[in-house]
Design a protein around this ligand. Structure first.
Ligand code: DX5
Ligand code: ZN
Length: 217
């Protein structure tokens, strides 16, 4: 299993000062930043686009973990790669050529990731596991920060963790939504290694202690 890694979600940062929010993450010595892209169609909310990602890229060295919540992600891969994404993850639920889009992400020099909504079974992505660097299990219905963790996703995390071992694969297993020190620890036990945290990270009284706790998992 990979070492545990915290990826703060800038969705919960200060949208008038996103560079300052990224800098909080970087100054703690963390390596990853999670960026949530929403199209108001696949999810009932809008966030920001490639122009914002490119502007942030000029202000930080953090690894950009870009989570596309889009109905037609294949149309925007190139724009996000150019904007400075390091990893681009796409959802399995909408109908488009997932295999070709994952390959395209890699051709553009980014790591490809695949994402499942809470209602989507692990079997939906089993055929793609050897093509991705990351599997993201949504632990809330995507679209908004600050929601409660869905405990019924723990079984799916265990299943994907077991498949990873069985097949000798090394993709990261990421969880996103309602993650805090308690729910994240349960995901770690189930086999997750990469923890997206928006609300709980930016609202933490002592972010250094918060990050240190996850580093010890
Ligand atoms: C939800 C997003 C998450 C969100 C998590 O649609 O994908 O990344 O920022 O926020 P919290 O940690 O507040 O649940
Ligand atoms: Zn996300």
């Amino acid at each position: 299993m990979h070492a545990s890694l915290l990826a703060p979600s800038i969705l919960a940062g200060d949208h008038a000062h996103l560079a300052a929010s990224a800098s909080i993450v970087e100054q703690l010595g963390l390596k990853w930043l999670h960026l949530d892209i929403m199209d108001g169609h696949f999810v009932p909310n809008l966030s920001f686009g490639p122009q914002t990602v490119a502007a942030l890229r000029k202000n930080t060295q953090l690894f950009f973990d870009v989570h596309l919540m889009l109905s037609e992600p294949h149309r925007y891969i190139e724009a996000f790669a150019k904007a400075g994404a390091n990893l681009i993850s796409i959802h399995i639920e909408p109908a488009y050529d997932h295999t070709a889009t994952l390959a395209h992400i890699r051709e553009l020099g980014c790591q490809p990731g695949i994402v499942l909504n809470p209602g989507t079974p692990a079997s939906a992505i089993e055929h793609l596991l050897d093509r991705v660097d990351l599997v993201l299990v949504m632990t809330v219905q995507p679209g908004f920060g600050g929601q409660s963790f869905c405990r019924d996703q723990l079984e799916k995390i265990s299943r994907l963790s077991a498949l990873r071992i069985q097949r000798g694969l090394s993709f990261r297993l990421e969880v996103d939504g309602g993650i805090d020190l308690a729910t994240g620890a349960d995901c770690r036990t189930a086999g997750a290694d990469t923890f997206v945290a928006g609300t709980s990270f930016f609202n933490a009284g002592d972010r250094q202690a918060y990050a240190a706790a996850i580093a010890r998992w």
